[in-house]
Design a protein around this ligand. Structure first.
Ligand SMILES: Cc1cc2nc3c(=O)[nH]c(=O)nc-3n(C[C@H](O)[C@H](O)[C@H](O)COP(=O)(O)O)c2cc1C
Length: 241
């Protein structure tokens, strides 16, 4: 369900345990940039909501015998018995034209709380499978998604041949395996490398770079006929440093 005929909606799913962190400041900056671009912004703050990340049989009521998580998800979607919080988050996900996953890079991936959000909310039968297919036939086809994150390591470590390896290599499981799998077109990620090492002025400049990058992504995520004339394509997006 697209809301572009009304006001475009962005859903930010944020996963950082510290309200004073750079990641949280980055998320707040991105939310304001989206509002300034005309979006209605919905935020799910996983830590402050106390999100339970573990997918297990308990959320499906009594399950006799062999527990098959995706079969249970599909059944629960069909008979309207999804866990109430999962149902609420799924409805907000389906209503959003743009999904932003906001997090610090932990072990070359998303924090467990965010991985568990995907486990529980990207339900079979609700976003793929069942009445939906995969990729271009999945429920979120035609919508956009982007990653907004911070790292501990410096940018040069993540270039091809760098000490930590190419960022593209370990974004692939998230971009392809999670986001494109359920139908999204994936926008260029917005990354701040090593914010812990920034002085105050550098931190302010980094947040300004985030604001500019998200503003461009916001324009790109709009339908072509609704974009401002200065909107640039994804490959021209700067990456916040
Ligand atoms: C459990 C854990 C795992 C981490 N793994 C990585 C990693 O794989 N790569 C990296 O560059 N930094 C890693 N870091 C460092 C964080 O990415 C970094 O501290 C954070 O992005 C800084 O942003 P913040 O100040 O908002 O937390 C890790 C930190 C923690 C706590």
């Amino acid at each position: 369900m697209s809301t572009f005929d009304a006001v475009p909606t962005a859903l930010i799913v944020h996963a950082h345990p510290e309200p004073q962190s750079f990641s949280t400041a980055q998320m707040t900056t991105a939310a304001q940039a989206l509002r300034d671009a005309g979006y209605r912004v919905d935020v799910i703050d996983l830590y402050s909501e106390g999100w339970a990340p573990v997918l297990d049989r308990a959320e499906f009521g009594p399950v006799e015998g062999h527990f098959k998580p995706q079969a249970e998800q599909r059944r629960a979607v069909g008979d309207g018995t999804l866990d109430a919080v999962v149902q609420d988050h799924l409805a907000r996900l389906l209503a959003a034209d743009l999904l932003v996953l906001s997090f610090p890079l932990w072990w070359f991936s998303v924090p467990a709380i965010l991985k568990g959000w995907v486990d529980r909310v990207f339900v079979m039968g609700g976003v793929f499978g069942g009445d939906y297919g995969l990729f271009g036939d999945a429920a979120l086809a035609g919508k956009r998604a982007m990653l907004l994150f911070t790292t501990g390591g410096p940018g040069e470590s993540f270039r091809p041949g760098g000490a930590l390896g190419s960022m593209d290599d370990f974004l692939f499981p998230i971009h392809r395996g999670m986001l494109e799998f359920v139908g999204y077109d994936v926008l260029a990620p917005v990354i701040t490398y090593g914010p812990a090492h920034l002085a105050d002025a550098e931190r302010a400049a980094a947040l300004e770079a985030v604001r500019e990058a998200v503003a461009r992504a916001a324009a790109e995520a709009l339908p072509t006929d609704a974009r401002p004339t200065d909107a640039r394509p994804a490959e021209a997006l700067p990456v916040a440093r």
